[in-house]
Design a protein around this ligand. Structure first.
Ligand SMILES: Cc1ncc(COP(=O)(O)O)c(C=O)c1O
Length: 314
């Protein structure tokens, strides 16, 4: 059995708290510049943020904001369905708790069977599994949604292969950048791995304040005139927090800093694993900005049992 733990929980708490306090102060500074504002209605900051995202993120021409990652993945899927006139979706990772995705997992209790049957799985770094799915479902697949990277790096031809299959079969490629966004690069992982037409962001964009974004090419995003998303979602504080976060990431080389700290953390842990001969059951994986420690639980048990005589006796 594998157990995967995000290394971010091990980052030093005082640094995290300081970073949060500083971005919150930055947010207040931004808000104090506004002559008029209503925290729950549309505001010019929203347009400023959409413009900023369009400058930074390759696929971003139009954006719409939500509150959490699941809001934004669901928005991307609904838009893809509207754009293609198709119903089915191909997935290969975690994309939130909403019915269209969670119905394809073992946590599907409460999700109608009709909904479950619309989502199909393929494997990351296994282009044949996606091709087989496209061949089977032919012109039924509206969107292929995946994280450009999770624990393992994409093989060189995997993401371009996914993009080519989407083009061939007329499906929308969606990059779920809830985790990679504003961590791998200011332009997201899509800035250095094959461009997509639609993507979603969350988490890192407002440094912990509740905000997510669905963004993409105009020809798809303009369907928002008719596709219904996020009634009365507006909340100015998170929009201001995102502008403040991006400003700080840009001015203070934030991405380089988290890469450096993450690399130190990863290398330090790898050195300890080697020093204490734990490599049979513990390893580190992922990009330095979002690494995981992976435990092989059975090997861990035999390691502990080998060390402790009480355990041996049982
Ligand atoms: C890749 C990815 N997509 C979507 C989500 C859903 O985000 P939220 O929990 O904010 O709804 C998550 C949450 O961890 C995620 O990691």
């Amino acid at each position: 059995m594998l157990m995967v733990i995000s290394l971010s929980i091990w980052s030093t708490d005082w640094q995290q708290s300081l970073w949060v306090i500083v971005t919150r102060m930055w947010t207040l500074r931004l808000l104090s510049k506004l002559k008029r504002c209503n925290f729950s209605l549309s505001n010019e900051l929203e347009a400023l943020l959409a413009e900023k995202i369009a400058q930074l993120i390759p696929c971003a021409e139009m954006s719409r904001f939500g509150k959490n990652g699941s809001d934004a993945t669901t928005a991307a899927i609904r838009l893809s369905r509207a754009y293609t006139g198709r119903d089915e979706v191909a997935v290969c990772g975690y994309h939130g708790w909403h019915d269209w995705y969670i119905g394809s997992t073992d946590k599907k209790l409460g999700v109608p069977e009709a909904t479950q049957s619309l989502t199909h799985k393929f494997q990351f770094n296994n282009i044949d599994s996606l091709e087989a799915l496209f061949k089977k479902r032919k012109d039924k697949i509206a969107a292929v949604i995946l994280e450009p990277m999770n624990i393992t790096y994409p093989e060189a031809d995997f993401l371009p292969g996914v993009k080519a299959l989407c083009q061939e079969y007329g499906a929308v490629l969606v990059f779920d950048e809830t985790v990679t966004g504003f961590r791998f690069d200011l332009g997201g992982a899509q800035n250095f791995w094959c461009y997509t037409r639609l993507s979603n962001f969350g988490k890192g964009i407002a440094n912990g304040m509740p905000l997510s974004v669905v963004t993409g090419k105009k020809e798809i995003m303009q369907l928002l005139d008719e596709v219904f998303l996020f009634h009365l979602w507006r909340e100015l504080l998170s929009i201001a927090a995102a502008l403040a976060t991006i400003e700080k990431l840009e001015k203070q080389s934030g991405i380089q800093k988290i890469t450096t700290y993450g690399t130190q953390l990863k290398e330090g842990l790898e050195a300890l694993i080697s020093q204490f001969s734990c490599s049979d059951f513990l390893s580190v994986s992922g990009n330095p900005v979002w690494s995981f420690s992976i435990y092989m639980l059975m090997s861990l048990k035999s390691y502990i049992c080998g060390k402790h005589s009480t355990c041996k006796r049982r």
